[in-house]
Design a protein around this ligand. Structure first.
Ligand code: COA
Length: 162
C-alpha cells in the first residue's frame, strides 16, 4: 500500500467539499468558510484521504483548525493524528503561540480525539448550534442534543534553532 504523505493543498476547494461535509452539518456555514485559510491534505497515492483547514483568527499568534476530516473508510488508523501533528508543526514554525479548535460538546469522540492530540479545554460557547446559525433543529450526536460548542487549545513552542 502507498505511503501517506501530508502536504499543503493547492487544488480546487470544491473537490474537497465532501470531506468538509463530514465535519460540518451547516451548508451555509460551510459556504462561508470553504475558501478560507490554508489546507493540509493527507494523500495516499493520488487520492486525498483527509484534510485539515488552518485559518487565522485575527488575534496575533493564534491560528485555528476550522475543519478537518478523514475519509470514513480510512478513519481510526492515525491519519487524523498525522494531520494535527503537521498543523502543530506548521503553526509553531510560523511563530504562533496557540492553535485553537472548536467542536460540539455532544461529540464525545471528537473531544477524545483532540485531547489525545494534546489539546485542552478552553471555553464553552452555549447554544452555538441553532437553526439561527444554520444548524438543523433537533440534531443529536451519541444521544446528546447538538447545542453547545467547546473550544480547545494547544499551546505551541517555538521550534529550536538547530
Ligand atoms: C475526528 C477525525 C478527524 C479523526 O481522524 P482519525 O484518522 O479517525 O483519527 P486517528 O486514527 O488519528 O485517531 C487518533 C486517536 O483519536 C481517537 N479517536 C479518533 N476519532 C475518535 C472517535 N470518533 N471516538 C473516539 N476516539 C477517537 C483514536 O481512537 C485514536 O486514539 P488513540 O490515540 O488512543 O489510538 C475523524 O474521525 C473524522 O473525520 N471524523 C468525522 C469528521 C469530524 O468530526 N471532524 C472533526 C470536526 S471538529
Amino acid at each position: 500500500m502507498n505511503e501517506i504523505q501530508v502536504q499543503l493543498y493547492t487544488g480546487s476547494r470544491a473537490q474537497l467539499r465532501p470531506l468538509f461535509e463530514l465535519a460540518e452539518d451547516s451548508e451555509s456555514q460551510l459556504d462561508s468558510y470553504l475558501d478560507a485559510g490554508r489546507i493540509l491534505v493527507a494523500r495516499q497515492g493520488s487520492e486525498v484521504i483527509g484534510h485539515l483547514q488552518l485559518v487565522d483568527t485575527g488575534q496575533p499568534g493564534q491560528v485555528e483548525i476550522k475543519n478537518m476530516a478523514v475519509r470514513e473508510d480510512r478513519q481510526g488508523r492515525g491519519v487524523g493524528a498525522r494531520l494535527v501533528r503537521a498543523a502543530v508543526e506548521l503553526a509553531a514554525a510560523e511563530h504562533n503561540t496557540t492553535l485553537l479548535v472548536a467542536t460540539a460538546a455532544a461529540d464525545i469522540g471528537n473531544l477524545r480525539f483532540y485531547q489525545r492530540q494534546g489539546f485542552r479545554m478552553r471555553t464553552v460557547e452555549r447554544d452555538a448550534f441553532t437553526p439561527a446559525t444554520g444548524y438543523p433543529p433537533g440534531s443529536h450526536i451519541d444521544g446528546i442534543e447538538l447545542r453547545d460548542r467547546v473550544w480547545l487549545d494547544h499551546l505551541l513552542t517555538a521550534p529550536s534553532a538547530d
